[in-house]
Ligand binder design. Structure first.
Ligand code: NDP
Length: 324
């Protein structure tokens, strides 16, 4: 495994992390989730990601159960959770958003479900237009001061909103956000590479990427309109919807076809090449894998070695691919 600092913090994250969206309490039952987490930890993965809304809290609960069951050393792993959408299927107004009230209650609920007394990372899952950013920053600062959260951050916030949070924290002597969790893959890269670019060096924003395979699209298994029976698109697991796929159908098809050709030339699976491409971005602290099986995890771990040996010509072809 390779470890990278999370922006300008001292926290070392594994370059590949393991996520729990649509897989935990979805495709993976307890036994399979336990084996997956055990293998991920053995491979050096230290970042485990969840959120209050994943399977309405059940993903957090399953992740917490298997980590406790495996007795993973708490000081060797980083637990990340997120709040905004609410855990209830139809959350009431105070059960969602980024108010002081919901952030405190969501944090306490995450601690209970994950069987821990602190979260390494607690993220605001989306911006909340109904809550002043000052209230959110102060609520996160209080969670940090209370020892319930070590680092806080954002997910899919517009850069101007992140800047406002940074400014507010600086002026009030409060803890600033230190990481953004954003979609990052060959089909969706503008926000990470352009919008957030001014924030990486100063103030040193960390970056965690989600959906490195664009929900499995970049594995090539959906090529030519095929939808394998046991795939995310066929299952329509908790919270997944086709509108979450980046790009339009035609761009996707042509990009995936080109990726498949490049992967064949390297004698690797397209998924491995797509993840390796993400890892080549030096601003990326960690890419979160989603794995519905042990075999997928094994395959995807191969991206670490491949990233180190991709030559400039292949990187240029990959970089050109999304605009195909
Ligand atoms: P990916 O884009 O990597 O998609 C993962 C899915 O692709 C798997 O569940 C599996 O689905 C399929 N897959 C994975 N590896 C392979 C392979 N080698 N060959 C073929 N198919 C493969 O990641 P996710 O979309 O799952 O996102 C990763 C994590 O990021 C999430 O678990 C979550 O923690 C986080 N996230 C954060 C978001 C945010 O807003 N902050 C939003 C979304 C995710 P299947 O086998 O079922 O087809």
């Amino acid at each position: 495994m390779q470890y990278r600092r999370m922006g300008s913090t001292g926290l070392m994250l594994s370059a590949l992390g393991l996520g729990s969206w649509v897989t935990f309490a979805g495709a993976l039952d307890r036994g399979a989730a336990r084996r997956l987490v055990a293998r991920a930890f053995d491979a050096g993965i230290n970042l485990f990601d969840s959120a209050e809304n994943y399977a309405h809290g059940q993903a957090e609960a399953l992740l917490g159960d298997v980590i406790a069951d495996l007795r993973l050393p708490r000081d060797a792993i980083c637990l990340c959770s997120k709040a905004f959408f609410g855990a209830a299927p139809e959350p009431r107004p105070t059960q969602r958003g980024l108010s002081r009230k919901h952030l405190r209650e969501a944090c306490d609920a995450a601690l209970r479900r994950l069987h821990t007394d602190y979260l390494d990372l607690f993220l605001c899952h989306r911006p909340d237009p109904d809550t002043p950013v000052e209230e959110t920053v102060a609520a996160m600062d209080q969670l940090v001061r209370a020892g319930k959260v070590l680092y806080w951050g954002t997910s899919e916030w517009p850069v101007e909103r992140i800047r406002a949070a940074l400014r507010c924290a600086r002026e009030a002597g409060m803890t600033p956000p230190s990481v953004e969790q954003a979609q990052y893959n060959l089909l969706h890269r503008e926000r990470v590479e352009f919008e957030y670019a001014p924030l990486y060096d100063e103030p040193g924003l960390g970056l965690i990427g989600w959906s490195p395979l664009a929900s499995g699209q970049l594995s090539g298994k959906y090529a030519e309109g095929r939808v394998p029976e046991d795939s995310r698109q066929a299952r329509r697991d908790h919270g997944w919807h086709p509108r979450m796929l980046p790009g339009d159908g035609r761009t996707q098809a042509s990009s995936v076809a080109r990726l498949q050709a490049l992967a064949a030339a390297q004698d690797v699976a397209p998924a491995v090449l797509a993840i390796a491409w993400c890892l080549r971005n030096p601003k990326l602290s960690s890419a979160l894998l989603g794995c519905s099986s042990q075999a997928q995890l094994e395959e995807n771990l191969g991206a670490l070695a491949l990233a180190g040996r991709l030559d400039a010509a292949t990187m240029a072809q990959l970089d050109a691919l999304a605009g195909a």
